[in-house]
Design a protein around this ligand. Structure first.
Ligand SMILES: C[S@@+](CC[C@H](N)C(=O)[O-])C[C@H]1O[C@@H](n2cnc3c(N)ncnc32)[C@H](O)[C@@H]1O
Length: 458
């Protein structure tokens, strides 16, 4: 491929003997990857080739997945570059933690983080660009996570709500994208000699806001998809100088992973603890990852001081009619873990929003909690996301259909039944090959279509 002359000049100097194989790697075939989603109880029940697992993630595989497959539609699988999937592993989210993914769309890292949190704790997935934030929300819905808020703020906008709040923050920063040149040749057109420095200036602003939202004792994971030292090692040097209480946590290197390069910055040997994923050594695209820990003792911080304050702000109460409609639905589906104190109505929408989460009413959001459904003239219509978050193995009110009927439904058509289900008319969780794929409403011998129009496939 044609790389910009100044790019070649720069990396010839930086990489010396290695430069030739580095440049050759831009002409090699990219290898694809995917992750399975342990939020689904039977997550290994997928018609996919699982013979090539990666060694750095228990849920990652080499291979490709069709966006039109049942596995993809039901959120059992997420296509993700083999390098990108190491970021979530390095973060190592734990159930119960409060985590921020600050630059999150389209959701590769966020879906990975949420899939490892067992629906416990809170993940705030933020994206500054509204169009991209909408795609992010769709992807988070698909994986069936119940503990995610999707916001659409610039990093400074989040500060008013989340000062010193998070246990872990992932900053997968907007960057010069050199590591994506192989996959996306057009990306070379935006590149110019000063681009990495321009990106670095923006990265510092984003990180300065991120640092204000990190709890004392918290962990920051910084990643880019570029090889540029200005945006990689030099940013880490800047962080270490600016925030002397931060320490680099050495990241484990698996086969083909490079160390960070001290010579690309101020010579600090600790930079070796970072990871460089270089296409001439590793099978994924180009990436850089660093992990830093705030070493100050976990003490009184702002969010604790505010403890006495009512966290929810104005929480719209449900009307008695809404309570009854929801409770009837929840009883029919034997839903557990949805206590009324954790439910919130906004407009006609009903959300699961844990009482312990802070008031986000001052933020621009796409999903202010997990959308359970919508109240419509004396009835409750469950959300598509709720269907994907339910465990079909535990649900009695379900209807299993063949693959052809799944195809019809996700294309926007009704399903015809040979006989009426024993439980009569009404809402059913639809499943195919033991995977919940939507709610459908049975009226006699027809399953009416409620598949979201914008997500139709085929
Ligand atoms: C590398 S992409 C994120 C990819 C994502 N983490 C994933 O795994 O799917 C960087 C994101 O940062 C967003 N961004 C751009 N400028 C930003 C800014 N000033 N502050 C925060 N995010 C920004 C972009 O819109 C883009 O979605």
């Amino acid at each position: 491929m044609n790389l910009p002359d100044e790019f070649i000049e720069k990396y010839t100097k930086l990489l010396g003997d290695e430069a030739e194989s580095f440049f050759e790697s831009f002409d090699t075939e990219p290898q694809k990857g995917f992750r399975l989603n342990p939020l689904k109880s039977n997550y290994q029940n997928v018609a996919l080739n699982l013979e090539h697992p990666v060694d750095y993630s228990a849920v990652g595989y080499v291979g490709s997945v069709s966006g039109n497959s049942l596995e993809h539609q039901t959120g059992y699988v997420y296509s993700q570059d083999l390098s990108a999937m190491y970021v979530g592993e390095v973060c190592g989210p734990r159930p119960g933690e409060k985590i921020l993914d600050l630059c999150a769309a389209p959701g590769g890292k966020s879906s990975h983080l949420a899939s490892l949190m067992n629906n416990e704790g809170l993940l705030v997935s933020n994206e500054i660009n509204r169009k991209r934030a909408l795609v992010l929300a769709e992807n988070m819905e698909r994986i069936g996570a119940r503990n995610v808020i999707v916001t659409n703020e610039d990093p400074a906008g989040l500060l008013k709500t989340f000062e010193q709040f998070f246990d872990k923050i992932v900053v997968d920063a907007p960057c010069s994208g050199e590591g994506m040149f192989r996959k996306d040749h057009a990306a070379t057109k935006y590149w110019h000699k000063d681009y990495p420095n321009e990106c670095a200036a923006r990265q510092k602003l984003i990180l300065a806001d991120a640092m204000k939202m990190l709890k004392q004792g918290g962990t920051l994971v910084y990643s880019t998809c570029t090889f540029a030292p200005e945006e990689d090692e030099q940013i880490i040097t800047w962080l270490l100088n600016e925030y002397p209480y931060l320490e680099l946590v050495p990241i484990k290197k698996y086969s083909g992973m490079d160390e960070g390069r001290p010579a690309f910055s101020d010579g600090n040997e600790e930079l070796r603890g970072c990871v460089r994923l270089m296409m001439h050594h590793f099978k994924g695209e180009g990436h850089f990852i660093a992990k830093l820990k705030d070493m100050r003792p976990v003490g009184e911080n702002v969010s604790k001081k505010k403890k006495g304050k009512k966290k929810h702000g104005k929480k719209a109460a449900m009307s008695s009619e809404q309570v009854e409609l929801w409770q009837n639905f929840a009883k029919e589906f034997e839903l557990e873990g949805f206590s009324l104190s954790n439910l919130k109505v906004l407009g006609d929408h009903l959300y699961l929003y844990q009482e312990s989460w802070p008031d986000i009413s001052r933020l621009k959001f796409i999903r202010p909690g997990f959308l359970l459904g919508t109240f419509k003239k004396k009835r409750f219509e469950p959300s598509y996301g709720l269907a994907l978050a339910l465990d079909p193995t535990k649900c009695q009110r379900k209807l299993a259909v063949e693959k052809e009927d799944w195809q019809k439904y996700v294309a926007g058509n009704v399903i015809s039944l040979k006989e009426r289900p024993a439980q009569g008319n009404g809402w059913y969780l639809l499943e195919c090959e033991d995977k919940a794929f939507a709610f459908g409403k049975v009226v006699d011998l027809t399953v009416k279509n409620f598949f979201p129009k914008g997500l139709r496939i085929f």
